[in-house]
Design a protein around this ligand. Structure first.
Ligand code: GLC
Length: 593
Protein backbone atom coordinates (compact mmCIF):
# COMPACT_ATOMS: atom_id res chain seq x y z
CA UNK A 1 0.00 0.00 0.00
CA UNK A 2 2.69 2.40 1.22
CA UNK A 3 4.92 1.28 -1.64
CA UNK A 4 2.15 2.02 -4.13
CA UNK A 5 1.59 5.46 -2.65
CA UNK A 6 5.30 6.29 -2.95
CA UNK A 7 5.25 5.02 -6.53
CA UNK A 8 2.23 7.17 -7.34
CA UNK A 9 3.83 10.24 -5.76
CA UNK A 10 7.06 9.62 -7.69
CA UNK A 11 5.05 9.32 -10.88
CA UNK A 12 3.20 12.56 -10.18
CA UNK A 13 6.54 14.25 -9.47
CA UNK A 14 7.90 13.03 -12.83
CA UNK A 15 4.80 14.30 -14.62
CA UNK A 16 5.23 17.74 -13.04
CA UNK A 17 8.91 17.74 -13.92
CA UNK A 18 8.12 16.78 -17.50
CA UNK A 19 5.44 19.44 -17.73
CA UNK A 20 7.91 22.01 -16.40
CA UNK A 21 10.45 20.97 -18.98
CA UNK A 22 8.05 21.14 -21.86
CA UNK A 23 6.94 24.64 -20.91
CA UNK A 24 10.47 25.87 -21.53
CA UNK A 25 9.83 25.22 -25.23
CA UNK A 26 8.12 28.48 -26.10
CA UNK A 27 5.60 28.82 -28.87
CA UNK A 28 6.58 31.25 -31.63
CA UNK A 29 6.61 34.83 -30.41
CA UNK A 30 7.27 33.93 -26.80
CA UNK A 31 10.64 34.58 -25.35
CA UNK A 32 13.10 33.15 -22.92
CA UNK A 33 13.69 36.03 -20.52
CA UNK A 34 15.08 34.55 -17.33
CA UNK A 35 12.91 34.10 -14.23
CA UNK A 36 9.67 35.48 -15.59
CA UNK A 37 6.50 33.54 -14.91
CA UNK A 38 4.59 32.50 -18.02
CA UNK A 39 1.50 34.22 -16.66
CA UNK A 40 3.13 37.48 -17.76
CA UNK A 41 2.41 36.65 -21.38
CA UNK A 42 5.92 37.19 -22.63
CA UNK A 43 6.33 38.43 -26.19
CA UNK A 44 9.42 39.47 -28.07
CA UNK A 45 7.93 42.83 -29.00
CA UNK A 46 7.38 43.65 -25.34
CA UNK A 47 11.06 43.05 -24.69
CA UNK A 48 12.33 44.92 -27.74
CA UNK A 49 13.92 48.34 -27.76
CA UNK A 50 12.78 50.12 -30.92
CA UNK A 51 15.02 52.62 -32.69
CA UNK A 52 13.36 54.89 -35.23
CA UNK A 53 15.25 55.88 -38.36
CA UNK A 54 13.99 58.80 -40.40
CA UNK A 55 15.70 57.74 -43.65
CA UNK A 56 15.75 61.20 -45.15
CA UNK A 57 18.00 62.36 -42.35
CA UNK A 58 20.09 59.36 -41.37
CA UNK A 59 22.88 59.04 -43.94
CA UNK A 60 23.21 60.26 -47.52
CA UNK A 61 25.31 57.98 -49.74
CA UNK A 62 25.25 59.86 -53.04
CA UNK A 63 25.75 63.51 -52.16
CA UNK A 64 22.27 64.77 -53.09
CA UNK A 65 21.77 66.01 -49.53
CA UNK A 66 19.00 63.46 -48.83
CA UNK A 67 19.50 60.36 -46.74
CA UNK A 68 18.97 57.02 -48.49
CA UNK A 69 18.93 53.24 -48.10
CA UNK A 70 22.55 52.76 -49.11
CA UNK A 71 23.35 55.29 -46.41
CA UNK A 72 21.50 53.17 -43.85
CA UNK A 73 23.38 50.11 -45.10
CA UNK A 74 26.66 51.86 -44.40
CA UNK A 75 25.51 52.44 -40.80
CA UNK A 76 24.21 48.95 -40.00
CA UNK A 77 27.08 48.24 -37.63
CA UNK A 78 26.41 51.46 -35.78
CA UNK A 79 22.75 50.52 -35.26
CA UNK A 80 23.83 47.08 -34.11
CA UNK A 81 26.31 48.66 -31.69
CA UNK A 82 23.43 50.41 -29.93
CA UNK A 83 22.01 47.08 -28.82
CA UNK A 84 18.51 47.89 -30.09
CA UNK A 85 16.29 45.06 -31.29
CA UNK A 86 14.12 46.60 -33.92
CA UNK A 87 14.29 49.49 -36.34
CA UNK A 88 11.18 51.46 -37.23
CA UNK A 89 11.70 52.89 -40.69
CA UNK A 90 9.71 55.96 -41.55
CA UNK A 91 8.17 55.54 -45.04
CA UNK A 92 10.52 54.57 -47.85
CA UNK A 93 7.86 54.00 -50.54
CA UNK A 94 7.50 56.02 -53.75
CA UNK A 95 6.22 59.44 -52.86
CA UNK A 96 6.15 62.99 -54.19
CA UNK A 97 7.12 63.98 -50.64
CA UNK A 98 4.49 66.56 -49.90
CA UNK A 99 4.58 65.13 -46.38
CA UNK A 100 7.97 63.44 -46.62
CA UNK A 101 6.83 59.98 -47.59
CA UNK A 102 3.59 60.00 -45.61
CA UNK A 103 1.94 60.51 -49.00
CA UNK A 104 2.53 57.27 -50.88
CA UNK A 105 2.19 56.98 -54.65
CA UNK A 106 3.28 53.34 -54.91
CA UNK A 107 3.18 51.06 -51.88
CA UNK A 108 5.36 48.40 -53.47
CA UNK A 109 8.17 50.51 -54.72
CA UNK A 110 10.97 52.58 -53.25
CA UNK A 111 11.16 56.37 -53.32
CA UNK A 112 13.64 57.41 -56.01
CA UNK A 113 15.75 59.54 -53.69
CA UNK A 114 16.09 56.61 -51.31
CA UNK A 115 17.24 54.01 -53.86
CA UNK A 116 15.82 50.80 -55.27
CA UNK A 117 14.09 47.63 -54.12
CA UNK A 118 17.39 45.79 -54.26
CA UNK A 119 18.86 48.38 -51.88
CA UNK A 120 15.93 47.69 -49.59
CA UNK A 121 16.48 43.93 -49.79
CA UNK A 122 20.16 44.40 -49.04
CA UNK A 123 19.37 46.63 -46.09
CA UNK A 124 16.85 44.16 -44.71
CA UNK A 125 19.34 41.32 -45.11
CA UNK A 126 21.98 43.39 -43.33
CA UNK A 127 19.70 44.06 -40.39
CA UNK A 128 18.67 40.39 -40.23
CA UNK A 129 22.30 39.27 -40.24
CA UNK A 130 22.80 41.50 -37.24
CA UNK A 131 19.70 40.23 -35.49
CA UNK A 132 17.90 43.55 -35.75
CA UNK A 133 14.25 43.39 -36.78
CA UNK A 134 12.69 45.86 -39.19
CA UNK A 135 9.32 47.47 -38.74
CA UNK A 136 7.65 49.41 -41.57
CA UNK A 137 5.55 52.54 -41.40
CA UNK A 138 2.20 51.83 -43.10
CA UNK A 139 0.32 54.91 -44.22
CA UNK A 140 -3.07 53.60 -45.27
CA UNK A 141 -5.60 56.12 -44.05
CA UNK A 142 -4.68 58.08 -47.15
CA UNK A 143 -2.37 57.83 -50.13
CA UNK A 144 -0.83 60.43 -52.42
CA UNK A 145 -2.79 62.33 -55.04
CA UNK A 146 -0.10 60.97 -57.40
CA UNK A 147 -1.14 57.38 -56.71
CA UNK A 148 -2.53 55.72 -59.90
CA UNK A 149 -5.71 54.81 -57.96
CA UNK A 150 -6.41 58.45 -57.30
CA UNK A 151 -5.46 59.62 -60.76
CA UNK A 152 -7.87 57.12 -62.27
CA UNK A 153 -10.57 57.98 -59.71
CA UNK A 154 -10.28 61.66 -60.64
CA UNK A 155 -10.84 60.94 -64.31
CA UNK A 156 -14.41 59.69 -64.12
CA UNK A 157 -17.10 58.52 -61.73
CA UNK A 158 -17.02 55.27 -63.72
CA UNK A 159 -13.42 54.56 -62.86
CA UNK A 160 -13.06 51.28 -60.94
CA UNK A 161 -11.05 53.32 -58.43
CA UNK A 162 -13.61 56.07 -57.85
CA UNK A 163 -14.90 54.21 -54.81
CA UNK A 164 -11.42 53.86 -53.39
CA UNK A 165 -11.91 57.42 -52.10
CA UNK A 166 -14.57 59.47 -50.33
CA UNK A 167 -16.51 61.79 -52.62
CA UNK A 168 -19.26 64.34 -52.24
CA UNK A 169 -21.14 64.73 -55.55
CA UNK A 170 -21.45 68.42 -56.37
CA UNK A 171 -25.11 68.07 -57.37
CA UNK A 172 -25.78 67.71 -53.61
CA UNK A 173 -24.36 71.20 -53.14
CA UNK A 174 -21.25 72.04 -51.13
CA UNK A 175 -20.25 69.40 -48.59
CA UNK A 176 -20.65 70.20 -44.89
CA UNK A 177 -17.53 71.74 -43.39
CA UNK A 178 -14.76 69.42 -42.22
CA UNK A 179 -11.42 70.53 -40.82
CA UNK A 180 -8.14 69.44 -42.41
CA UNK A 181 -4.83 69.50 -40.63
CA UNK A 182 -2.40 70.31 -43.47
CA UNK A 183 -4.61 72.58 -45.56
CA UNK A 184 -4.08 76.32 -45.67
CA UNK A 185 -7.83 76.86 -45.84
CA UNK A 186 -8.26 74.28 -43.06
CA UNK A 187 -10.87 72.69 -45.31
CA UNK A 188 -10.98 68.92 -45.89
CA UNK A 189 -12.82 68.94 -49.23
CA UNK A 190 -11.28 69.62 -52.63
CA UNK A 191 -13.29 70.02 -55.82
CA UNK A 192 -12.44 67.80 -58.80
CA UNK A 193 -13.81 69.00 -62.10
CA UNK A 194 -13.87 65.85 -64.29
CA UNK A 195 -16.00 64.01 -61.74
CA UNK A 196 -17.87 67.10 -60.58
CA UNK A 197 -17.34 66.03 -57.00
CA UNK A 198 -15.35 66.90 -53.92
CA UNK A 199 -12.87 64.47 -52.42
CA UNK A 200 -12.09 64.21 -48.74
CA UNK A 201 -8.64 64.80 -47.27
CA UNK A 202 -8.15 64.98 -43.52
CA UNK A 203 -4.48 65.79 -44.16
CA UNK A 204 -3.15 67.80 -47.15
CA UNK A 205 -5.10 67.97 -50.40
CA UNK A 206 -2.25 65.85 -51.82
CA UNK A 207 -3.22 63.13 -49.31
CA UNK A 208 -6.71 61.92 -50.30
CA UNK A 209 -8.37 59.67 -47.71
CA UNK A 210 -8.86 56.07 -48.78
CA UNK A 211 -12.34 54.62 -48.57
CA UNK A 212 -12.09 51.71 -46.19
CA UNK A 213 -15.78 50.93 -46.65
CA UNK A 214 -14.82 49.43 -49.99
CA UNK A 215 -13.80 45.76 -49.51
CA UNK A 216 -11.78 45.84 -52.74
CA UNK A 217 -9.57 48.62 -51.30
CA UNK A 218 -9.10 46.70 -48.08
CA UNK A 219 -8.03 43.59 -49.95
CA UNK A 220 -5.48 45.66 -51.92
CA UNK A 221 -4.05 46.92 -48.64
CA UNK A 222 -3.84 43.45 -47.10
CA UNK A 223 -2.19 42.07 -50.23
CA UNK A 224 0.37 44.85 -50.12
CA UNK A 225 1.05 44.23 -46.42
CA UNK A 226 1.62 40.53 -47.18
CA UNK A 227 4.09 41.54 -49.88
CA UNK A 228 6.27 43.23 -47.24
CA UNK A 229 5.83 40.43 -44.73
CA UNK A 230 6.86 37.91 -47.39
CA UNK A 231 10.04 39.90 -47.81
CA UNK A 232 10.70 39.30 -44.12
CA UNK A 233 9.77 42.52 -42.36
CA UNK A 234 8.79 42.07 -38.73
CA UNK A 235 5.89 44.40 -38.27
CA UNK A 236 4.04 47.59 -39.03
CA UNK A 237 3.35 50.94 -37.48
CA UNK A 238 -0.13 51.95 -38.61
CA UNK A 239 -0.05 55.64 -39.32
CA UNK A 240 -3.11 57.76 -38.51
CA UNK A 241 -5.07 54.51 -38.46
CA UNK A 242 -7.79 55.71 -36.10
CA UNK A 243 -9.13 57.87 -38.94
CA UNK A 244 -9.66 55.12 -41.49
CA UNK A 245 -13.31 54.46 -40.70
CA UNK A 246 -15.73 57.32 -41.31
CA UNK A 247 -19.40 58.00 -40.96
CA UNK A 248 -19.96 57.90 -44.71
CA UNK A 249 -22.83 60.37 -44.55
CA UNK A 250 -20.08 62.85 -43.57
CA UNK A 251 -22.49 64.96 -41.56
CA UNK A 252 -21.85 68.54 -40.44
CA UNK A 253 -19.67 68.79 -37.37
CA UNK A 254 -21.75 68.77 -34.20
CA UNK A 255 -22.41 72.10 -32.50
CA UNK A 256 -20.30 71.06 -29.53
CA UNK A 257 -17.25 70.49 -31.75
CA UNK A 258 -14.40 72.10 -29.84
CA UNK A 259 -11.51 71.55 -32.21
CA UNK A 260 -10.66 68.22 -30.60
CA UNK A 261 -10.02 66.61 -33.93
CA UNK A 262 -8.89 63.26 -32.59
CA UNK A 263 -12.13 62.74 -30.69
CA UNK A 264 -14.53 63.80 -33.45
CA UNK A 265 -12.86 62.46 -36.57
CA UNK A 266 -11.25 59.29 -35.30
CA UNK A 267 -12.80 55.98 -34.28
CA UNK A 268 -15.46 55.72 -36.97
CA UNK A 269 -18.18 53.08 -36.78
CA UNK A 270 -16.23 50.24 -38.44
CA UNK A 271 -12.69 51.01 -37.29
CA UNK A 272 -12.36 47.91 -35.16
CA UNK A 273 -14.08 45.64 -37.65
CA UNK A 274 -11.35 46.63 -40.07
CA UNK A 275 -8.60 46.10 -37.52
CA UNK A 276 -9.95 42.64 -36.73
CA UNK A 277 -10.23 41.81 -40.40
CA UNK A 278 -6.66 43.02 -40.98
CA UNK A 279 -5.53 40.86 -38.11
CA UNK A 280 -7.27 37.77 -39.55
CA UNK A 281 -6.04 38.43 -43.07
CA UNK A 282 -2.51 39.57 -42.36
CA UNK A 283 -1.21 39.78 -38.81
CA UNK A 284 -2.37 36.43 -37.50
CA UNK A 285 -0.14 34.57 -39.94
CA UNK A 286 3.09 35.43 -38.15
CA UNK A 287 4.09 36.76 -34.69
CA UNK A 288 4.82 40.30 -35.85
CA UNK A 289 4.88 43.62 -34.03
CA UNK A 290 2.05 46.02 -34.78
CA UNK A 291 1.56 49.45 -33.30
CA UNK A 292 -1.30 51.86 -33.75
CA UNK A 293 -0.83 55.57 -33.94
CA UNK A 294 -3.98 55.79 -31.88
CA UNK A 295 -6.08 58.84 -31.07
CA UNK A 296 -8.26 59.58 -28.11
CA UNK A 297 -8.69 58.53 -24.52
CA UNK A 298 -7.73 55.32 -22.74
CA UNK A 299 -10.97 53.59 -23.63
CA UNK A 300 -10.51 54.21 -27.34
CA UNK A 301 -6.85 53.35 -27.47
CA UNK A 302 -7.36 50.19 -25.42
CA UNK A 303 -9.65 48.79 -28.08
CA UNK A 304 -6.69 48.43 -30.43
CA UNK A 305 -4.61 46.40 -28.01
CA UNK A 306 -6.98 44.40 -25.83
CA UNK A 307 -5.67 40.92 -26.71
CA UNK A 308 -9.17 39.44 -26.56
CA UNK A 309 -10.17 41.62 -29.52
CA UNK A 310 -7.36 40.35 -31.77
CA UNK A 311 -6.38 43.64 -33.38
CA UNK A 312 -2.91 45.13 -32.88
CA UNK A 313 -0.39 44.50 -30.15
CA UNK A 314 0.86 47.97 -29.17
CA UNK A 315 -0.41 51.52 -29.30
CA UNK A 316 0.99 54.93 -28.69
CA UNK A 317 -0.99 57.77 -27.29
CA UNK A 318 -0.67 61.54 -27.45
CA UNK A 319 -1.90 62.86 -24.13
CA UNK A 320 1.53 63.13 -22.53
CA UNK A 321 3.51 64.25 -25.58
CA UNK A 322 1.02 67.00 -26.45
CA UNK A 323 0.99 68.34 -22.89
CA UNK A 324 1.97 71.93 -22.19
CA UNK A 325 0.67 73.60 -25.33
CA UNK A 326 -1.74 76.52 -25.19
CA UNK A 327 -5.36 75.56 -25.83
CA UNK A 328 -6.72 76.27 -29.31
CA UNK A 329 -3.33 77.12 -30.76
CA UNK A 330 -1.49 74.51 -32.73
CA UNK A 331 1.54 73.30 -30.76
CA UNK A 332 2.17 76.70 -29.21
CA UNK A 333 4.12 76.09 -26.01
CA UNK A 334 2.68 77.66 -22.89
CA UNK A 335 5.24 80.32 -21.85
CA UNK A 336 4.54 79.39 -18.24
CA UNK A 337 5.85 75.88 -18.88
CA UNK A 338 3.91 72.75 -18.02
CA UNK A 339 2.51 71.25 -14.85
CA UNK A 340 4.95 68.46 -14.08
CA UNK A 341 2.75 66.80 -11.46
CA UNK A 342 -0.15 66.58 -13.92
CA UNK A 343 2.20 65.24 -16.59
CA UNK A 344 3.26 62.43 -14.28
CA UNK A 345 -0.38 61.66 -13.57
CA UNK A 346 -1.01 61.22 -17.29
CA UNK A 347 1.72 58.59 -17.45
CA UNK A 348 0.36 56.95 -14.33
CA UNK A 349 -3.12 56.75 -15.81
CA UNK A 350 -1.96 55.13 -19.06
CA UNK A 351 0.60 52.85 -17.44
CA UNK A 352 -1.99 51.56 -14.96
CA UNK A 353 -4.45 50.97 -17.79
CA UNK A 354 -1.92 48.96 -19.81
CA UNK A 355 -1.03 46.97 -16.71
CA UNK A 356 -4.58 45.63 -16.69
CA UNK A 357 -4.86 44.97 -20.41
CA UNK A 358 -2.91 45.28 -23.64
CA UNK A 359 0.53 46.82 -24.01
CA UNK A 360 1.73 50.38 -24.41
CA UNK A 361 4.74 52.22 -25.73
CA UNK A 362 7.00 54.83 -24.19
CA UNK A 363 8.49 57.63 -26.23
CA UNK A 364 9.50 61.26 -25.86
CA UNK A 365 10.21 61.98 -29.50
CA UNK A 366 9.68 60.80 -33.04
CA UNK A 367 9.53 62.39 -36.50
CA UNK A 368 6.39 64.30 -35.49
CA UNK A 369 8.02 65.82 -32.43
CA UNK A 370 10.85 68.22 -31.66
CA UNK A 371 14.00 66.84 -30.05
CA UNK A 372 13.28 65.39 -26.60
CA UNK A 373 16.24 67.19 -25.10
CA UNK A 374 14.87 70.64 -25.94
CA UNK A 375 11.24 69.87 -25.20
CA UNK A 376 11.51 67.79 -22.02
CA UNK A 377 15.12 68.29 -20.88
CA UNK A 378 17.56 71.17 -21.01
CA UNK A 379 19.67 71.78 -24.11
CA UNK A 380 22.01 74.36 -22.54
CA UNK A 381 25.69 73.30 -22.68
CA UNK A 382 25.67 72.93 -18.90
CA UNK A 383 22.82 70.41 -18.75
CA UNK A 384 22.73 68.77 -22.20
CA UNK A 385 24.62 65.72 -21.07
CA UNK A 386 22.85 65.07 -17.78
CA UNK A 387 19.35 65.85 -18.98
CA UNK A 388 19.74 63.67 -22.09
CA UNK A 389 20.80 60.74 -19.96
CA UNK A 390 18.02 61.45 -17.50
CA UNK A 391 15.35 61.35 -20.24
CA UNK A 392 16.86 58.16 -21.62
CA UNK A 393 16.66 56.63 -18.14
CA UNK A 394 12.97 57.53 -18.06
CA UNK A 395 12.23 55.90 -21.42
CA UNK A 396 14.18 52.77 -20.56
CA UNK A 397 12.72 52.24 -17.11
CA UNK A 398 9.03 52.79 -17.78
CA UNK A 399 6.61 49.97 -18.44
CA UNK A 400 5.88 49.59 -22.17
CA UNK A 401 8.01 49.09 -25.26
CA UNK A 402 10.53 51.94 -25.61
CA UNK A 403 10.51 53.77 -28.94
CA UNK A 404 13.72 55.74 -29.20
CA UNK A 405 14.33 58.34 -31.92
CA UNK A 406 17.60 58.44 -33.88
CA UNK A 407 19.98 61.16 -32.74
CA UNK A 408 18.59 61.30 -29.22
CA UNK A 409 21.30 58.82 -28.25
CA UNK A 410 23.85 61.59 -28.79
CA UNK A 411 21.73 64.38 -27.35
CA UNK A 412 20.78 66.15 -30.56
CA UNK A 413 18.72 69.26 -29.87
CA UNK A 414 16.32 71.57 -31.72
CA UNK A 415 17.91 73.64 -34.46
CA UNK A 416 15.53 76.56 -33.73
CA UNK A 417 15.33 78.17 -37.16
CA UNK A 418 14.77 81.92 -37.19
CA UNK A 419 13.38 82.15 -40.70
CA UNK A 420 10.38 80.42 -42.18
CA UNK A 421 12.43 79.81 -45.36
CA UNK A 422 14.57 77.30 -43.48
CA UNK A 423 11.61 75.05 -42.76
CA UNK A 424 10.41 72.24 -44.97
CA UNK A 425 7.54 70.69 -43.02
CA UNK A 426 4.03 70.95 -44.46
CA UNK A 427 2.60 71.20 -40.95
CA UNK A 428 4.64 74.27 -40.06
CA UNK A 429 4.19 75.92 -43.46
CA UNK A 430 0.42 75.42 -43.31
CA UNK A 431 0.18 76.90 -39.85
CA UNK A 432 2.43 79.78 -40.76
CA UNK A 433 0.24 80.61 -43.77
CA UNK A 434 -2.86 80.50 -41.57
CA UNK A 435 -1.40 82.82 -38.95
CA UNK A 436 -0.29 85.15 -41.73
CA UNK A 437 -3.70 85.11 -43.44
CA UNK A 438 -5.33 86.10 -40.14
CA UNK A 439 -2.83 88.91 -39.64
CA UNK A 440 -1.47 87.09 -36.58
CA UNK A 441 1.84 87.59 -34.81
CA UNK A 442 4.34 85.74 -37.02
CA UNK A 443 7.27 86.45 -34.77
CA UNK A 444 5.50 84.88 -31.81
CA UNK A 445 4.53 81.94 -33.99
CA UNK A 446 8.10 81.32 -35.16
CA UNK A 447 9.36 81.64 -31.61
CA UNK A 448 6.95 78.97 -30.45
CA UNK A 449 7.96 76.70 -33.31
CA UNK A 450 11.58 76.82 -32.14
CA UNK A 451 10.35 74.53 -29.40
CA UNK A 452 7.66 72.43 -31.03
CA UNK A 453 8.12 72.20 -34.81
CA UNK A 454 8.65 68.76 -36.33
CA UNK A 455 11.61 69.91 -38.43
CA UNK A 456 13.61 70.29 -35.22
CA UNK A 457 13.55 66.53 -34.99
CA UNK A 458 14.36 65.97 -38.65
CA UNK A 459 17.72 67.66 -39.10
CA UNK A 460 20.48 65.35 -40.37
CA UNK A 461 22.20 62.86 -38.11
CA UNK A 462 25.44 64.20 -36.66
CA UNK A 463 28.05 61.55 -37.31
CA UNK A 464 31.29 63.51 -36.88
CA UNK A 465 32.78 66.98 -36.93
CA UNK A 466 33.61 67.01 -40.67
CA UNK A 467 31.68 68.78 -43.45
CA UNK A 468 27.88 68.41 -43.07
CA UNK A 469 28.47 66.37 -39.91
CA UNK A 470 29.44 63.38 -42.08
CA UNK A 471 25.82 63.09 -43.20
CA UNK A 472 26.38 64.10 -46.82
CA UNK A 473 29.10 65.20 -49.19
CA UNK A 474 26.63 67.52 -50.92
CA UNK A 475 26.90 71.28 -50.57
CA UNK A 476 23.22 71.51 -49.59
CA UNK A 477 21.31 69.15 -47.35
CA UNK A 478 17.51 68.94 -47.49
CA UNK A 479 17.32 70.48 -44.02
CA UNK A 480 20.25 72.33 -42.55
CA UNK A 481 22.62 70.47 -40.26
CA UNK A 482 22.50 71.69 -36.67
CA UNK A 483 25.69 73.81 -36.22
CA UNK A 484 26.31 72.17 -32.87
CA UNK A 485 27.53 69.05 -34.74
CA UNK A 486 31.11 70.19 -34.15
CA UNK A 487 30.79 69.04 -30.57
CA UNK A 488 27.63 66.92 -30.61
CA UNK A 489 28.39 63.93 -32.82
CA UNK A 490 28.71 60.15 -32.81
CA UNK A 491 32.45 60.00 -33.41
CA UNK A 492 33.31 62.12 -30.39
CA UNK A 493 30.93 60.24 -28.12
CA UNK A 494 31.84 56.78 -29.30
CA UNK A 495 35.27 57.02 -27.72
CA UNK A 496 34.12 58.66 -24.51
CA UNK A 497 32.96 56.04 -21.98
CA UNK A 498 30.87 58.65 -20.17
CA UNK A 499 29.12 60.01 -23.22
CA UNK A 500 25.37 60.18 -23.75
CA UNK A 501 25.83 57.56 -26.47
CA UNK A 502 27.58 55.08 -24.22
CA UNK A 503 25.07 55.70 -21.46
CA UNK A 504 22.34 54.77 -23.94
CA UNK A 505 24.16 51.55 -24.87
CA UNK A 506 24.59 50.69 -21.22
CA UNK A 507 20.97 51.23 -20.24
CA UNK A 508 19.72 49.27 -23.25
CA UNK A 509 21.75 46.32 -21.94
CA UNK A 510 20.38 46.86 -18.45
CA UNK A 511 16.81 46.77 -19.73
CA UNK A 512 17.46 43.66 -21.74
CA UNK A 513 19.06 41.80 -18.88
CA UNK A 514 16.54 42.86 -16.27
CA UNK A 515 13.02 41.43 -16.67
CA UNK A 516 11.76 43.74 -13.90
CA UNK A 517 12.17 46.67 -16.28
CA UNK A 518 10.05 44.94 -18.89
CA UNK A 519 7.42 42.95 -17.04
CA UNK A 520 7.63 44.34 -13.53
CA UNK A 521 4.74 46.17 -11.87
CA UNK A 522 4.94 49.95 -11.96
CA UNK A 523 4.06 52.24 -9.09
CA UNK A 524 4.36 56.00 -8.82
CA UNK A 525 6.29 57.25 -5.76
CA UNK A 526 6.00 60.73 -4.22
CA UNK A 527 3.29 61.63 -6.73
CA UNK A 528 3.17 65.32 -5.83
CA UNK A 529 6.92 65.93 -6.08
CA UNK A 530 7.24 68.97 -8.40
CA UNK A 531 10.68 68.02 -9.73
CA UNK A 532 11.21 64.30 -9.57
CA UNK A 533 9.58 61.48 -11.48
CA UNK A 534 9.91 58.50 -9.14
CA UNK A 535 8.49 55.02 -9.42
CA UNK A 536 9.15 51.45 -8.47
CA UNK A 537 9.27 48.45 -10.74
CA UNK A 538 8.89 45.12 -9.02
CA UNK A 539 8.75 41.48 -9.91
CA UNK A 540 9.16 38.19 -8.07
CA UNK A 541 9.90 39.93 -4.77
CA UNK A 542 12.58 42.24 -6.17
CA UNK A 543 12.17 46.01 -6.49
CA UNK A 544 13.91 48.67 -8.50
CA UNK A 545 13.40 52.34 -7.73
CA UNK A 546 13.85 54.79 -10.62
CA UNK A 547 14.41 58.44 -9.69
CA UNK A 548 14.65 61.21 -12.25
CA UNK A 549 15.05 64.87 -11.47
CA UNK A 550 13.52 66.87 -14.34
CA UNK A 551 14.75 70.20 -12.94
CA UNK A 552 18.00 72.18 -12.92
CA UNK A 553 18.05 72.42 -9.14
CA UNK A 554 18.68 69.85 -6.43
CA UNK A 555 15.56 67.95 -5.38
CA UNK A 556 14.57 65.64 -2.57
CA UNK A 557 12.25 62.67 -2.97
CA UNK A 558 9.93 61.49 -0.27
CA UNK A 559 10.67 57.78 -0.06
CA UNK A 560 8.50 57.01 2.96
CA UNK A 561 7.71 53.32 3.00
CA UNK A 562 10.77 52.37 0.97
CA UNK A 563 13.96 51.13 2.57
CA UNK A 564 16.95 52.79 0.93
CA UNK A 565 19.46 51.56 3.48
CA UNK A 566 20.78 48.72 1.40
CA UNK A 567 20.03 50.34 -1.95
CA UNK A 568 22.38 49.25 -4.72
CA UNK A 569 22.96 51.46 -7.74
CA UNK A 570 22.09 49.72 -11.02
CA UNK A 571 22.75 52.75 -13.21
CA UNK A 572 23.07 56.49 -12.77
CA UNK A 573 24.05 59.47 -14.88
CA UNK A 574 26.40 61.10 -12.32
CA UNK A 575 29.81 59.66 -11.42
CA UNK A 576 28.65 59.39 -7.82
CA UNK A 577 24.97 58.54 -7.98
CA UNK A 578 22.72 59.53 -5.15
CA UNK A 579 21.50 56.72 -2.90
CA UNK A 580 19.67 58.85 -0.36
CA UNK A 581 16.86 60.33 -2.45
CA UNK A 582 18.51 63.75 -2.77
CA UNK A 583 19.07 64.30 -6.46
CA UNK A 584 21.46 66.67 -8.19
CA UNK A 585 20.21 68.73 -11.18
CA UNK A 586 18.82 66.36 -13.83
CA UNK A 587 20.13 63.40 -11.91
CA UNK A 588 18.76 59.97 -12.79
CA UNK A 589 19.44 56.82 -10.86
CA UNK A 590 17.99 53.33 -10.74
CA UNK A 591 18.41 51.65 -7.38
CA UNK A 592 17.78 48.08 -6.41
CA UNK A 593 16.14 48.01 -2.99
C1 GLC B 1 1.06 60.65 -38.97
C2 GLC B 1 2.53 60.75 -39.26
C3 GLC B 1 2.86 62.14 -39.68
C4 GLC B 1 2.10 62.46 -40.92
C5 GLC B 1 0.61 62.21 -40.74
C6 GLC B 1 -0.06 62.13 -42.06
O1 GLC B 1 0.68 61.40 -37.90
O2 GLC B 1 3.26 60.33 -38.15
O3 GLC B 1 4.23 62.32 -39.91
O4 GLC B 1 2.31 63.79 -41.29
O5 GLC B 1 0.35 60.97 -40.11
O6 GLC B 1 0.30 60.96 -42.72
Amino acid sequence: MMKNLIKALACAFMVVLYACNTTTQKPEGQTNTPSVPDSLDKKWWKEAVVYQIYPRSFQDSDGDGIGDLKGIISRLDYVKSLGVDMVWLSPIYSSPNKDNGYDISDYQNIMKEFGTMSDFDMMLKGFKERNVKVFMDMVVNHCSSEHPWFKSACSSRNSPYYNYFHWWPAEKGKPPYRWSIFDEKAYAWEYNKPTNSYYLHYFADAQPDLNWENPALRQEIYKMMRFWLDKGVDGFRLDAIAFCSKDTTLPPLPKEYDGNWGMYYASGPHLHDYMQEMNREVFSKKEIATVAEAMGDVERVMKFVDPARKELNMAYYFEAIDFGYLPKEYKMPDPKGYDFVKWKQIYAKWTDAFAKKGWGTIYLANHDQPRMLTRWGNDSPEFRDMSSKMLTTFIMSMRGTPYYYFGDEIGMSNIKFDKVEDYNDIELLTNYAQVKAKGGDLKRFLNGMKISSRDNGRTPMQWDSTFQAGFSTGSKTWLKVNPNYISVNVQAQDKDPNSILNYFRKIVQLRKSEPILIYGDWKLVDEKNPSVFAYTRSLNGRTLLALMNFKATEAKVNTTGLDLNKAKVRIGNYATPSVNGILKPYEAVILEL
